[in-house]
Design a protein around this ligand. Structure first.
Ligand SMILES: Nc1ncnc2c1ncn2[C@@H]1O[C@H](COP(=O)(O)OP(=O)(O)O)[C@@H](O)[C@H]1O
Ligand SMILES: [Mg+2]
Length: 275
């Protein structure tokens, strides 16, 4: 496990020029996530100071209170320091369990500097979409299989999405740990929520009809049995919203609705046929 409290002067492999460039970028930039090219390597600066109104999370909280539905509970609203701490904590527990995550090169009070891991799966999919449907969908199946391995290790990603997964030289890496649903609901339910979130992508982006099934089998092969049970328990809640979502889709063709319908439709029947 790497030491997440090392100071800037102890950053490994960075010479004086790189340190100067990094410090200038840290001091000069303000964007939340910034790619920073040093002489021989790339790093990412992630800042935690501008939080905005976070209306979505507040509405989610209200919906969970009004309906009493646990699965809707948002992670606690944290201040910037709390969010940075949470990301560090998650990176450390993932890497302690043997999963590849960015290395923390510098930890400040409002910013982290992370090692560059490679190209996100979403970009790799974009490059394959029009010329290699098998390769494109194989990436989705791999994401599901890796999520299953993660769940088997007692971990939960929180917001799994191909843009926050990286495959570099065949090695799978996890990024972006801003949500921690296991802090507000039982682990199996938080992991089931992970599956539904990932299938929002898989069921809507798959190019071949058999891909969601292959992905679900790949996840289930590795995942704990109690998470599969939790998934079949949460799906009826989402399924009840399907008629409304389908109705809204006829009025407005929003991508979020398309994903909701595709994932909920698929997982409802997949979990029914497993029981
Ligand atoms: N260490 C890293 N290695 C490679 N790409 C990264 C890294 N950190 C961030 N990125 C890229 O930047 C994007 C945004 O970073 P992320 O940590 O997911 O923040 P956000 O909260 O904005 O989603 C990621 O989806 C990924 O494409
Ligand atoms: Mg992200």
């Amino acid at each position: 496990m790497h030491d997440d409290r090392r100071g800037p002067l102890a950053v490994p492999q960075l010479d004086d020029d790189d340190m100067a460039a990094l410090l200038a970028a840290l001091a000069g930039g303000s964007s939340r996530v910034e790619h920073c090219q040093l002489k021989n390597r790339a790093v990412w600066i992630k800042r935690y100071q501008r939080l905005g109104a976070r209306i979505g999370q507040r509405l989610q909280w209200l919906a969970s209170r009004l309906t009493g539905v646990t699965i809707l509970r948002p992670a606690p609203l944290l201040d910037p320091q709390g969010m940075l701490d949470r990301e560090v904590r998650q990176i450390n527990s993932f890497s302690a369990a043997g999963f590849k995550t960015p290395q923390i090169l510098y930890r400040g009070t409002t910013a982290l500097v992370l090692s560059h891991l490679g190209l996100p799966v979403s970009k790799q999919m974009g490059a394959l979409r029009d010329k290699d449907a098998d390769g494109h969908d194989a990436l989705l199946v791999r994401c599901a299989a890796e999520l299953g391995r993660l769940h088997a290790a007692g971990l939960c990603h929180g917001r799994p999405h191909p843009r926050d997964f990286i495959i570099d030289d065949g090695e799978f890496c996890f990024l972006d740990f801003e949500e921690e649903p296991a802090a507000v609901m039982p682990l199996a339910m938080a992991q089931a929520r992970d599956v539904w979130l990932l299938f929002l992508q898989i069921a809507s982006r798959a190019l071949k009809p058999e891909t969601p099934d292959r992905a679900f089998v790949a996840w289930k092969l590795a995942a704990p049995a109690e998470t599969a049970v939790a998934l079949s328990q949460i799906m009826p809640f989402f399924a009840r919203l399907l008629p409304l979502a389908r109705f809204l889709l006829r009025i407005q063709n929003g991508q979020d609705l398309v994903r909701f319908v595709a994932a909920t439709d698929y997982l409802t029947s997949a979990t029914q046929s497993q029981s």
